[in-house]
Design a protein around this ligand. Structure first.
Ligand SMILES: Nc1ncnc2c1ncn2[C@@H]1O[C@H](COP(=O)(O)OP(=O)(O)OP(=O)(O)O)[C@@H](O)[C@H]1O
Ligand SMILES: [Mg+2]
Length: 454
């Protein structure tokens, strides 16, 4: 059998005997009498198995295992088997707790070692094989951290990639937590300007009175309190990308100035006489329907069209439930690693529930749910008692509302009603309209309105 083994024991005689036996078996064996050499040897090449003696002069085998556990991530550590003397069961137990696979009590039969070594190496190989597959899958589907293989996600990725090559303005829309910011970052990272800055402005988080100067800068004395001149975010983003998040919330004054930048790539800082030119790509995002705001006279129509050059709509998670298991997997691994916990997976029944749930908070809610579960987990598998969902679970129960935004909730209710009515009517529009108590014409209007999200 092939496999690489590092054998550490301070007794040269034991090293020789065991080393030979393992080599005869076909293993590639490196031996060392010094506990202090172990980490260096492990750093030099990959071993499938470390067989280490507990009692060694410089430090104990247990110390070495402890150091390894701290220094090397579990997925890259070799399997460990500890040899203990005189029935010192406690240290053996301690070693197992630290992740050792097995222990051998001296004196042991060489055959016993061979059996243990064979099993450990085989196991290790299977595990790294699995790991390899998992990584491959990650590379294939992990585009800048955007997880998903459903059709809407694949279309989204294809579109984002094409857009990245241009400098066109992008408008990202979608419910809260669907990944708008993630996609904005991906577009920048994929663009020719990726080495230039990506400047994010959360328009909703900056008080209306400050937003203008924040975006365009000001000169000294431009307004009370402007003690020094300040460069705005547009100037900072010059040559790169500016990400205007929550764009629906900006005031009429800022809307006008923004329109000017989009038209002429020029603006004046507050209080400045001179016009400044900028070369930036604009990516805007909102979870509101800008068309409705335009209709209400709250958002400038010209600006809407200037922003909406390349529209990208992010699908809500409940419309791509097939991605839920992948996302669960992704977040479990991420949080287990960052919290230093070993989590092997999620109870399949829980995954089914997660897939059925409506996710009003979309991927962000899923992410938080998994983080909480990993924090609370006591075993190696996430079970129902650690996975708490905010809304009701059964698909027939009333799902939560997507947000506190009235428009968003109303639209969501409209979409849900239409979806369910169409479902019930087996897709026959006339029947669905009747079920909803609206005319067929009205239904056509809604279908057009929600054609991208139904
Ligand atoms: N497809 C995805 N794969 C992996 N992680 C995702 C995906 N979509 C969203 N996320 C994660 O979910 C969280 C929310 O995403 P993001 O901040 O981009 O949402 P958003 O659409 O900007 O929401 P909001 O409108 O509330 O600002 C982030 O932590 C993000 O990394
Ligand atoms: Mg966001």
């Amino acid at each position: 059998m092939s496999g690489t083994i590092l054998l550490a024991d301070d007794e040269e005689k034991i090293l020789k005997t065991l080393g030979r036996a393992l080599r005869d078996e076909g293993f590639d064996v490196v031996t060392t009498p010094k506990a202090t050499e172990v980490s260096r040897l492990l750093a030099e090449r990959a071993f499938d198995l470390l067989v280490i003696d507990f009692l060694m002069p410089e430090k104990t085998g247990l110390d070495v295992i402890r150091e390894l556990a701290a220094a090397i991530p579990e997925s890259e550590r070799p399997a460990v088997v500890m040899m203990t003397a005189h029935g010192s069961v406690e240290s053996a137990v301690e070693a197992m707790k630290l992740g050792a696979r097995d222990y051998l009590q001296k004196p042991f039969d060489v055959d016993e070692l061979l059996v243990v070594a064979r099993r450990a190496v085989e196991d290790q190989r299977t595990r790294s094989g699995l790991r390899y597959l998992i990584n491959e899958r990650d590379v294939e589907f992990n585009h800048y951290g955007i997880i998903g293989t459903s059709r809407p996600v694949r279309e989204l990725l294809a579109r984002a990639e094409r857009v990245a090559e241009s400098k066109s303005t992008v408008l990202l829309t979608g419910e809260t937590g669907t990944g708008k910011e993630l996609v904005a970052r991906a577009i920048h990272a994929k663009s020719a300007q990726r080495h230039m800055p990506l400047i994010k402005v959360n328009c909703a988080a900056i008080p209306e009175t400050l937003l203008e100067s924040e975006l365009f800068g000001h000169t000294r004395g431009a307004f009370t309190g402007a003690l020094a001149s300040k460069r705005g975010r547009f100037a900072l983003a010059d040559g790169g990308t500016i990400f205007l998040d929550e764009i629906a919330t900006i005031s009429a004054a800022v809307q006008a100035k923004l329109l000017r930048v989009l038209q002429d790539r020029a603006f004046e800082p507050l209080g400045a006489e001179r016009t400044q030119q900028v070369d930036v790509r604009v990516i805007a995002a909102t979870n509101r329907d800008l068309r409705l705001l335009v209709a209400d006279g709250k958002f400038q129509e010209d600006l809407y069209y200037r922003l909406n050059v390349i529209p990208i709509t992010l699908p809500p998670l409940r419309d791509r439930r097939e991605d839920v298991p992948l996302l669960v997997d992704h977040f479990v691994r991420r949080f287990a690693e960052s919290l230093g916990k070993r989590i092997d997976g999620v109870d399949p029944a829980v995954v089914v529930e997660l897939q059925r749930y409506d996710w009003p908070g979309n991927v962000r809610e899923l992410e938080n749910t998994i983080e909480r579960a990993v924090v609370l987990a006591t075993g190696h598998v996430l079970t129902r008692d650690t996975v708490w969902l905010m809304g009701a679970l059964a698909p027939s129960a009333s799902p939560g509302l997507p947000s506190l935004g009235l428009h968003e909730n109303v639209e969501w209710a409209e979409r849900e009603t239409i979806r369910r009515a169409l479902d019930r009517a087996n897709g026959v529009k006339k029947d669905a309209a009747e079920l909803m108590g609206i005319s067929q014409r009205a239904l056509s209007h809604y279908l057009l309105k929600y054609k991208d999200s139904l």
